[in-house]
Ligand binder design. Structure first.
Ligand SMILES: [Zn+2]
Length: 760
């Protein structure tokens, strides 16, 4: 499902380690001169040779053909073509010499039975709730097989109520509504897509007393305001609708709603649908801007703040009323099979250490972009790896490739597999590398900061198809161009590694990183093309081959990038985990937390002062009245000392390990020592988790990374502290600071013991 903000720079800046490549260095030569992290000199040479053989193998033509084949018909969970794709993927893996099988989980997958949105006052209008075929786009006419537009895991409901427009429907928007004296209690809210993950919108609406929620795509965000609409351009046409899940997984857990925490096997104990916690609280339906316009145009009440106005040719009012809407939704609450394809090549020396790679294969409709642009790249990696094995390459560690099913409804296939195999994964997994959709442009890397240095090394060895420089160098220059301040540019120029972003949620890495504490990466290319077909019938081969990556050359680049990463992780003498980048990132997050606490105090102080000065009373316009915000207690100073001390100790440990390793490496590290060091390194991400998990959402065990309860996909680094600050729970912020510090101290102990072993 994962979606990025358009044109956003996903990674930025630079670190303390390693050497900068000369700006115009020829790629292979320069790459050969760089020491290969974690490899002895003898092994580095053969690794380099196998990796360059590998990178010559993925074919853009094959990716094009695979994408077209798998997107030929709609293939959401429960369809014949979903199963057919899984079986075809399985046959491919077997052909290429992999030991492969399908693992089935049975999951709750409701499909719509009844959908109705009608304006009943002051005039009548019935929403079409339908995406029409487009003549030039052949698969858009497969209307009988397309899943109707809906939000999966909306509860059934039938309500008639006044309508209120709530902008993006995030908590700050409701504070704005309070100032306009507008309540959504008993109302149906209409929110535009964007600004948060979609499931946050009905959740927040329900918390404010709304009885139903309508989601729509405003043309300002992904329609004609941006570029021409499909089929002339890539953007959302008037009747295009974004389907998608509104499962409340950030608050509870992703995966099958009926089997939280355990694999949804045939004999698993299942909750009743009515008791499943992650199902949304109020009925929710998505609509197009063609359907939204008459509803929004019928609203009265105050004109909305400037930032809330979209690009429809209307004046945007907030309501409530006179528009009154009737909304009805009912689903078939069926359990359906999901088909995960799991393929292995056993490691020759360390078969008990697993490098895991995944991308989902299910789509909302045809899904040529999401997920098949990533899936076809993954298949080319698998074919190329199979080819290398035929030529004599054997990975030292076991490689496991996973084509997940059921990602779109709520990361079902990967989560159930992760829950079903939790113990063995925690024992054997080295790392998980994910992708989802792909596109043209710049490398986007997010993930565990223990792998930041590693992923920078991989990016230096892959060539950008458009500029023929390395994808690392291209990204670095892009980030310099996009940097907002001189300070940000300076950091990019001086830091050896480009920073990678933290993972929130929104794709299949979630169970591995957040629940099992396995180091994870999520990689893709993108940023050169806007798109407005997300989760619609127009995300298909016609669209992707015209407006996505028409030559599939970035598909090939993704195969080269991730395949290189997988081979390097599988073959390294010493696993390429690195802790100075992690420590540097923790220090950065600590600064951000302090700033958030300071900002909260400054805002409350300023507001209090303005209330006393009478600012709100004096500026209130009686013709457009607003109410003053309520007085708030001034937040106390938090005690960041435990976190500062823990971060300092982590920084020292990271440097000690790096120095000890450099010294020991030149002298040669004996095999027995490598074995025990690798064991420590495999444990290093897990040390960043807490068995009890985050407060009130114990499924999430990682104390550094989690999706935001009120942002969804967006990461909330050090979530326990950050969300306590945002929600003004000051005592909890202090106790969470102490808990995070304690967890970091465990990590520091592990790193110091590894350093001590190297120093011996
Ligand atoms: Zn996806």
């Amino acid at each position: 499902m994962r979606r990025f903000a358009q044109r956003a720079a996903m990674l930025t800046i630079l670190s303390v380690l390693g050497l900068l490549l000369p700006a115009v260095a020829g790629l292979p030569a320069a790459a050969d001169q760089e020491p290969l992290q974690g490899f002895t000199a003898a092994h580095a040479t053969s690794e380099r040779q196998w990796e360059s053989k590998f990178r010559a193998l993925p074919s853009a033509e094959n990716e094009r053909a695979d994408d077209q084949r798998m997107s030929a018909r709609p293939h959401n969970v429960g369809t014949a073509f979903d199963k057919e794709n899984a079986e075809w993927i399985l046959a491919q893996f077997k052909d290429w010499g992999w030991d492969a099988h399908i693992e089935v989980f049975n999951v709750l997958f409701p499909t719509p039975k009844q959908r109705l949105i009608e304006l009943v006052e002051p005039s009548q209008f019935t929403a079409k709730l339908h995406e029409p075929p487009i003549a030039v786009d052949p698969t858009s006419s497969q209307q009988d097989e397309q899943l109707p537009t809906y939000n999966i895991y909306s509860p059934d409901g039938d309500v008639t109520a006044p309508l209120v427009y709530v902008n993006y429907g995030v908590p700050a928007d409701y504070e704005e509504l309070d100032r306009l004296s507008i309540s959504v209690k008993g109302a149906i809210v209409i929110a535009r897509y964007g600004g948060s993950w979609r499931g946050v919108k009905p959740k927040v609406a329900a918390e404010h007393g709304a009885v139903a929620c309508i989601l729509y795509s405003d043309p300002r965000d992904d329609g004609y305001f941006q570029e021409d609409v499909f089929p002339k351009g890539p953007m959302r046409p008037a009747e295009g609708v974004q389907r998608g899940s509104v499962m409340d997984f950030p608050t509870f857990s992703p995966g099958d709603p009926l089997t939280p925490g355990v694999g949804a096997t045939a004999d698993a104990k299942r909750l009743a649908v009515k008791d499943a916690p992650s199902i949304a609280k109020i009925p929710t339906l998505p609509i197009s801007y063609g359907d939204a316009q008459p509803l929004l145009a019928a609203l009265g009440g105050p004109v909305v703040p400037a930032a809330w106005r979209g690009a429809l040719p209307i004046t945007y009012h907030a309501g409530p009323g006179p528009a009154k809407v009737h909304l009805k939704v009912a689903s078939n609450w069926d359990v359906k099979p999901t088909y995960n394809v799991i393929a292995k090549i056993a490691g020759s020396e360390l078969p008990g250490q697993w490098v895991i790679r995944g991308n989902h294969h299910d789509a909302w409709v045809n899904g040529a972009q999401d997920p098949l642009s990533g899936q076809s790249a993954m298949l080319e990696e698998a074919r190329a790896i199979g080819e290398l094995v035929k030529q004599g390459w054997r990975p030292r560690r076991t490689i496991i490739y996973c084509a997940w099913d059921g990602e779109e409804p709520g990361l079902l296939g990967s989560t159930e597999w992760g829950e079903a195999h939790d113990k063995e994964l925690q024992q054997h997994a080295v790392a998980y590398v994910n992708s989802d959709g792909n596109g043209r442009g710049f490398l986007r890397a997010e993930g565990s900061h223990t792998l930041e240095h590693f992923v920078n090394g991989v990016a230096r060895d892959v060539q950008d198809p458009e500029t023929h420089t390395s994808v690392w160098q291209r990204l670095r220059l892009h980030d310099i161009a996009a940097a907002a301040t001189a300070g940000a540019r300076k950091e990019i120029r001086q830091r050896a590694d480009l920073r990678i972003g933290a993972l929130g949620s929104g794709s299949d890495y979630t169970v591995f990183l957040d629940h099992l504490g396995i180091a994870s990466l999520d990689l893709s290319y993108g940023g050169e093309d806007p798109s407005g077909i997300y989760h619609s019938i127009y995300d298909d081969f016609y669209w992707y081959s015209h407006f996505g990556d028409p030559g599939f050359v970035y598909g090939r680049a993704l195969s080269q990038t991730i395949g290189t990463a997988v081979m390097r992780l599988a073959d390294a003498d010493l696993l390429p985990f690195e802790f100075t980048d992690l420590a540097d990132t923790i220090e950065l997050y600590t600064k951000q937390l302090k700033k958030a606490a300071d900002d909260a105090r400054d805002e409350a102080t300023e507001r209090d002062r303005e209330l006393q000065e009478g600012v709100y009373a004096a500026t209130n316009d009686p013709r457009h009245p607003t109410v003053a915000p309520p007085h708030e207690a001034i937040p106390p100073h938090l005690n960041f000392a435990p976190l500062d001390n823990a971060a300092d100790a982590l920084t020292r440990a990271g440097q000690r390990y790096r120095d000890a390793l450099a010294k020991a490496w030149s002298a040669g590290v004996p095999d027995a020592k490598l074995r025990s060091l690798n064991q420590n390194l495999m444990e290093s991400e897990h040390r960043l988790t807490s068995e009890a998990g985050l407060l009130r959402r114990g499924w999430y065990k990682h104390i550094i990374y989690a999706p935001g309860i009120y942002s969804g996909y967006g990461a909330k680094p050090i979530p326990g502290v950050q969300e306590a600050i945002e929600q003004k729970h000051w005592d909890e912020a202090n106790s969470e600071i102490a808990r995070v510090a304690q967890t970091l101290t465990g990590e520091t102990t592990l790193i110091n013991s590894s350093a001590a072993e190297l120093e011996k």
